[in-house]
Design a binder for this molecule. Structure first.
Ligand code: MOS
Length: 754
């Protein structure tokens, strides 16, 4: 029986946030601080002929104007590939490229200086569509061609599979650019420090990635670059590369002037510069037997990576290995391209390649069921992965329990599927329908990266406990999860556990907080640290009591002679001169991926989810209202069931925008969206009744059996809505978002560039 884990413990960061006491990056200032501003490109693709900063430098109050020429180290940064300039020189590749930056005594002066910088361009033809970019004669965004990455899956023989099929269907789906829409725009403060380095405060999702890249740009040791993470006002995968570039610019200005420098993006700058979710075009071919058995699946995907690689190689890899969904398919062939264009660049966003692939595969499954005259749930249950089955990449699922059927059945019952399929309700111009989508999702980074994390746990002499962790709190609740794990494993009251800010000079490198991995790797590392500390404490008790044996049970430290509370036990350990400080590490179990052959075990475990949407369509206006959503997610074990439900509500609300409302429209590389007056995200009035269902099947490898939840909740609703719209109206929509014109006309009305 757990005392803290698996319980709805109150969030440890809640009070500071709701009382306004939390210090965000923009709140931070230092004496003598300067204000920075960045000049951005005027064309999506152009040669830079000349940059003249002389006039700007002469303006009173301007302390520095810098360009790529002022960079002492690497002019390029990147998560996977070093291809993104801190300041563009010679060429701009998208409209958000930075050309120069200014530091001045106040913001107005900084802005004035920006407008005094003269840049001469020679406009180049651009390429704005990934499939156009793949053609031989397309303008090259980078010298080595427009293919950022290519991934494949090869299993069995699809041609043979299609021959054996009674029915073959081919479909094309498309997804759009969307904005992360974090409420807090990007902000950093950099200040030079006396050890010859730089300290940077900022809302940086992956501080170690930023540290590495900033050190590269400055030509400094990583140890001389200290990143202190401030609370994040939302991120959703979005405060990675864009923050690295911003931190590097602020650091350059600070070192140039010898003074602290603050850089804050306005919303317009944020929307112009920051990366988006990848638009995809996905073409599927599916072979079926009359009885509903899937025999072959072929998929082609092209993802618009925009001007820089960012995390495109990893994002497209996830789409590739999960392309066939959670189904048994003997013959599989998938080809995926991540492609450079002169559009805004694209990168990590909650789901990381699965929202796009799931929209296609889960729409396709519905279309297949319809062609066969089968119920969509019956079709999924028939083909869905079960214990011991082999995935489309040839991985045998034997290490964990496969919960696909369980989540589908729970959602079916919660939404009242049988009844609503027969009698959906609605009348006249108002039609109603119900649809479902399900998925499996590889937990953690998988074979796309080194998946290891460290967490340090320290016990002070008053028996209070600190956690020093490099796992990012971005609203998902990892701080609370870590506090729960440590309180449980040490037997310390949770009120006595404190988490300090994530500071790269103080915490072990945990890798990036992405891929819904924080609970698994961070929780696992915290657990390992506590086990080390327990060994030390128990050793001291054995000495103290002259005991044969000492052990920890039900939150109490015991020897055969005595039992001690955490506080008593710590007192004894300290008196006996024991060091009560430990770093624990967690590494995900063995996984492998053969990029050449396109086969392997990409993830050590998977989570399973299903969401059903009950919708109402106004056939005269095209307005879709989602009335009710049932969402079942298998999480291994919920460390905090209340926060797990919160993830489901949040993921569903966010996916509602992806499905129905949001598009970051870009015309020939120019964003048509400048601010939120042009970009609708769901408000509380749009959010339907949500029935969250948490399914627990503890994983043998996760801490307390926990797996992931953050992203899975955000990758299912769009196809569930598309399938519900089909049920309601008989109209199949294969392109996102399913806004008024898509529903009414079956196509988008494109705006023109202003
Ligand atoms: Mo996340 S989208 O893997 O930062």
């Amino acid at each position: 029986m757990f005392k803290y884990v698996n319980r709805p413990v109150k969030r440890v960061d809640a009070l500071a946030k709701v009382t306004g006491k939390a210090l965000y990056a923009e709140d931070i200032s230092f004496p003598g601080m300067l204000y920075g501003a960045v000049l951005r490109a005027e064309h999506p693709h152009a040669k830079i002929l000349k940059i003249n900063t002389a006039k700007a430098k002469r303006i009173k109050g301007v302390r520095a104007v810098i360009t790529a020429d002022d960079i002492p180290g690497s002019k390029l940064v990147g998560v996977v590939k070093l291809d993104q300039p801190v300041f563009a020189w010679e060429r701009v590749r998208y409209i958000g490229d930075g050309i120069a930056a200014v530091a001045a005594e106040d913001m107005d002066t900084a802005r004035k200086a920006l407008s005094a910088i003269e840049v001469d361009y020679e406009v180049l033809p651009g390429v704005f569509d990934p499939e156009e970019a793949l053609k031989d004669d397309a303008p090259k965004v980078h010298e080595d061609g427009n293919v950022i990455v290519y991934h494949k899956v090869r299993k069995g023989d699809v041609e043979k599979g299609f021959k054996e099929a009674d029915l073959v269907i081919e479909r094309e789906y498309k997804t759009q650019f969307i904005e992360h829409s974090y409420i807090e725009p990007e902000a950093v403060v950099a200040r030079p420090v006396d050890y010859g380095g730089i300290e940077i405060w900022g809302c940086i999702q992956n501080a170690f990635t930023t540290q590495k890249n900033v050190a590269r740009v400055l030509g400094l040791d990583m140890a001389k670059v200290r990143i202190i993470q401030t609370p994040l006002g939302g991120s959703f995968g979005g405060k990675d590369d864009v923050m690295t570039v911003m931190a590097a610019r602020a650091a350059l200005l600070a070192l140039k002037t010898g003074r602290p420098v603050k850089l804050v993006n306005t919303r317009e700058e944020s929307m112009r510069e920051s990366y988006k979710r990848h638009p995809y075009v996905l073409r599927y071919k599916l072979g079926l037997k009359r009885d509903g058995t899937i025999v072959a699946l072929q998929a082609y995907m092209a993802a618009d990576g925009g001007a820089y690689a960012s995390t495109t190689p990893f994002v497209t890899w996830r789409s590739t290995v999960q392309a066939a969904g959670p189904y048994r398919v003997p013959h599989v062939k998938v080809d995926t391209y991540g492609v450079y264009t002169n559009n805004p660049y694209t990168g990590a966003m909650r789901g990381f390649g699965s929202p796009q692939a799931n929209f296609a595969i889960e729409s396709l499954m519905d279309e297949a069921a319809n062609e066969l005259g089968m119920d969509p749930i019956e079709f999924r249950l028939k083909n869905g992965l079960r214990d011991g089955d082999e995935t489309a990449t040839g991985q045998k699922l034997t290490r964990h329990r496969v919960s696909l059927h369980e989540v589908i059945e729970k959602v079916r019952d919660a939404i009242n599927w049988e009844e609503l399929r027969k009698n959906p309700g609605g009348d006249g111009k108002i039609r109603r329908g119900v649809g479902i989508a399900c998925s499996f999702r590889g937990a953690s980074l998988g074979a796309e990266g080194v998946d290891i994390a460290g967490v340090e746990v320290k016990i002070d002499s008053d028996a209070s406990v600190s956690i020093e962790a490099g796992l990012t709190e971005m609203g998902q609740g990892i701080k609370t999860v870590l506090a729960q794990v440590v309180a449980e494993e040490l037997g310390v009251p949770i009120e006595r556990v404190t988490l300090h800010p994530y500071d790269t000079s103080r915490v072990p490198d945990s890798g990036p907080t992405v891929a819904s991995r924080a609970t698994i790797v961070g929780g696992g590392a915290a657990q390992a640290a506590c086990w080390k500390l327990r060994e030390v404490i128990l050793g001291a008790l054995q000495e103290e009591d002259g005991a044969e044996r000492a052990w920890f049970e039900d939150g109490v430290y015991r020897t055969e002679k005595n039992k001690y509370s955490f506080e008593e036990a710590v007192g004894i350990a300290i008196r006996r001169g024991k060091g009560l400080n430990a770093v624990g590490w967690f590494r995900t179990p063995d996984i492998h991926w053969d990029e050449e052959k396109g086969i392997g075990s990409p993830y050590f475990t998977y989570v399973y989810g299903a969401q059903a949407a009950y919708v109402e369509v106004d056939t005269e206006t095209g307005k879709v209202r989602v009335l009710r959503v049932a969402a079942a997610h298998e999480v291994g074990r919920a460390i905090n069931p209340a926060m797990a439900r919160g993830q489901i509500y949040g993921g569903v609300a966010m996916a509602l925008g992806y499905g129905l409302l949001e598009e970051f429209e870009v015309s020939e590389g120019i964003p048509l969206v400048k601010n939120f007056d042009d970009y609708s995200i769901p408000s509380s009035l749009d959010v339907p009744e949500v029935i969250p269902i948490i399914v627990e099947n503890p994983d043998p490898d996760g801490p307390f059996g926990a797996k992931s939840l953050g992203e899975p909740t955000n990758e299912l609703l769009a196809p569930a809505i598309a399938n519900a719209i089909f049920h309601a109206t008989g109209k199949r929509l294969r392109e996102l978002p399913m806004n008024l014109e898509m529903v009414l006309l079956g196509r988008k009305l494109r705006r023109k560039r202003k």
